[in-house]
Design a protein. Sequence first.
Length: 131
Amino acid sequence: MVFAQIKSEGQGQELSAIEKLLEILDREGAVVTIDALGCQTGIARRSKAKRLAEYLRGHWSVENHLHGQLDVSFREDERRIRQGYGAEHFSRLCRMALNMPTNEKSQKTGIAIKRHNCGWDKDCLLKVLLA
């Protein structure tokens, strides 16, 4: 589940966006996962080294699952939205659309099937939106 996101100031400025996020988040007792770019030594030093080592292995599972889901479900790697806040807004909408079916527990099916069912059944869509 994605809890925070911040727009970078342009290509190559992702590290400064990560640093801004780390400053505003309350991380006390929390586990924070960041994509591979966040493994830079300057970013890693901001976290406790021991905790980082403990969670590094689990992070890659989360990282691969989230980005895999976004790419398969929403073709994120093929997206070419570049103007204004379009990319930022669409990215948040995709993450919300990925989280909502996960929160709905009455159907014992996968996300892809729930999304498909929501397109055909208004009651199913309502359950997912209200979950």
